[in-house]
Design a binder for this molecule. Structure first.
Ligand code: NAD
Length: 353
């Protein structure tokens, strides 16, 4: 069964929930906005369904609700922000604001963001850059727990879902946003399928013996299988680069076994922000982006497709639909959120039914 929630009601409830865990209203609202926007854009894997994991990590002392980003190094076009294990949504926002402030004078800025709890939907930070007129590129690794993704050609887990994101601004339109896990599907989507009792698409999972399976339970019940990379050796290669640029360079913490795996979610991100004007031909860039976007849109659809989209458009379509009709949440996910709300100290009467 699935219920439908209004976005504004959900945002209010989630803000209260995180306030009760000890977060200030600003921080709680930032996290709530981010999670609800992920649902509105169709990424339920990175929406309010993450609340039980966040509350568990707060209670275990892995997530510091009071922490803010600390500028650990500043050498002009290179910044390093330490998240001090605070909410990734807050640290990511603060690091992006710093980058946007700096890029106005340097033309290009590279920010390492280390030691934050789950950054959530990486496109959130790229969209801030894109809407301000800048290009952004993000390499992210995911550590703090046992790996879940197998390398191309292997069946053991060695990495996690290492997201990659690249955003290009458009004049008068929302930016183009490529924002994706480098695993065959996002792990959260495996969780959503498991919660709903659905299967996952073929080609994403292998069981403990390395045989292909569509059963999401192999990720949650022993004997464990693994999630594979997207796009064979090429997706695997991109995942390795996210691990090394996000993890080794920005975070100094990769998924190798010498590092802690205490059951939390830690993200490290290397983010580049570029001012198109610094390359000289701002008008040329803008008109090429528009002409190319139009050229792509004019493609005749292949059988089984309604039209050709550019990256970021499916999210805008889902945003329009869910803003009108509400956010669907399955019963298992909602039961987990209700339990987490209780643990955070909310009374029954404060939890929407
Ligand atoms: P996805 O597969 O749904 O979409 C990936 C990209 O493809 C998006 O940019 C989307 O706009 C584009 N796209 C989808 N359909 C398209 C179409 N028909 N035409 C053109 N473009 C299309 O995304 P995903 O891989 O499931 O990732 C979901 C989210 O999970 C992302 O926001 C990512 O940042 C997040 N994530 C976060 C972490 C973390 O540790 N913080 C880890 C993994 C993933």
């Amino acid at each position: 069964m699935t219920m439908t929630m209004d976005a504004a009601d959900l945002r209010r409830f989630v803000t209260t929930l995180f306030e009760r865990t000890g977060a200030t209203t600003d921080v709680a609202a930032e996290v709530a906005d981010h999670l609800v926007m992920a649902n509105l854009k169709g990424h339920d894997s990175h929406g309010v369904g993450m609340i039980p994991a966040y509350v568990a990590n707060i209670r275990a002392g892995h997530l510091d609700v009071q922490a803010h980003g600390r500028l650990a190094r500043d050498s002009g076009a290179v910044l390093l922000v330490d998240g001090e294990m605070g909410f990734g949504q807050m640290i990511g926002r603060e690091a992006t604001d710093l980058a946007l402030d700096r890029v106005r004078s340097t033309g290009v800025v590279c920010v390492g963001v280390r030691n934050c709890h789950h950054l959530g939907r990486i496109g959130t930070y790229g969209e801030l850059c894109g809407r301000a007129g800048y290009v952004s590129v993000h390499f992210v690794n995911v550590v703090g727990h046992a790996p879940q993704v197998s390398p191309f050609g292997g069946r053991d887990r060695r990495m996690t879902t290492n997201p990659f994101c690249c955003v290009v601004p458009r004049e008068g339109h929302e930016p183009l946003v490529l924002d994706m896990a480098t695993s065959a599907i996002a792990l959260g989507k495996v969780r959503v399928a498991y919660m709903k009792g659905d299967s996952v698409p073929e080609g994403a999972l292998v069981d403990h013996e390395g045989r292909p399976t569509t059963d999401p339970a192999v990720m949650y019940r022993e004997p464990f299988g693994a999630l594979g990379p997207f796009g064979g050796h090429k997706g695997y290669g991109l995942a390795v680069m996210c691990e090394l640029l996000g993890g080794a360079l920005a975070g100094e913490w990769t998924a190798q076994p010498g590092r802690p795996r205490v059951g939390t979610i830690v993200n490290h991100m290397l983010m580049f922000v570029l001012d198109p004007a610094a390359f000289g031909g701002l008008e040329g860039f803008r008109s090429e982006v528009e002409a190319m976007t139009e050229f792509l849109h004019s493609t005749t659809p292949a059988v089984g497709h309604d039209r050709v989209r550019v990256p970021g458009e499916p999210e805008l379509e889902t945003l329009a639909l869910r803003s009108r009709e509400g956010i669907p949440i399955d019963d298992n996910t909602w039961a987990g959120i209700r339990r987490a709300a209780g643990l955070a100290g909310l009374a029954e009467s404060e939890i929407p039914v």
